[in-house]
Design a protein around this ligand. Sequence first.
Ligand SMILES: C[S@@+](CC[C@H](N)C(=O)[O-])C[C@H]1O[C@@H](n2cnc3c(N)ncnc32)[C@H](O)[C@@H]1O
Length: 174
Amino acid sequence: MQHSEAINMLTAPRQFSNNKQVWIDLGCGTGTFTLALAHHLSPGSKIVAVDKKKKVLKEIPAKFKHVQIERKVTNFKNNSFQFKNMDGILLANSLHYVRKKEAFITKLKEALKPNGVLIIVEYDTNIFNPWVPFPISFKRLVKTFKKAGFTSIEKIGEMPSRYNRSNLYSAIIQ
Ligand SMILES: C[S@@+](CC[C@H](N)C(=O)[O-])C[C@H]1O[C@@H](n2cnc3c(N)ncnc32)[C@H](O)[C@@H]1O
């Protein structure tokens, strides 16, 4: 995916304030969406880019557009996941690795500030395959996050996927 396409997928009218923010990007891979997020955040903000693979993290710069990027090797499904007071959490193409989504969403909620936001990028399908073992369509996302107590789930972007017949969507959740 092009950098500009990733930026567009994260473009929403309201979520990025002019204040410095701290976000985590869970399952950041080589950082396509980490850098797109950095593009949207105010100078002085920080992103903690998390992946279980040390190798992919090496491709992410320590700074992008005046936003600091801390790279962290962590398995986000472990109980040792201890992020607190986050302004935002990004999960781009990584929520589909989580089988037990309800328990995981509770963990995400605890990591957010009271008015913090989540951004999810996923395939709009419920049909699994070896690369997307536990998919979550937009419709199912709305249902799952409402059940977990979030009140606003809004689609902010959509584009055709190169690897899949379903579209890729992005959503902001609060
Ligand atoms: C499909 S890639 C997506 C990368 C990037 N977010 C993007 O959209 O371009 C999924 C990434 O999540 C990471 N990942 C999967 N399960 C993970 C876990 N439990 N903890 C940390 N990283 C994980 C993988 O190592 C991989 O780099």
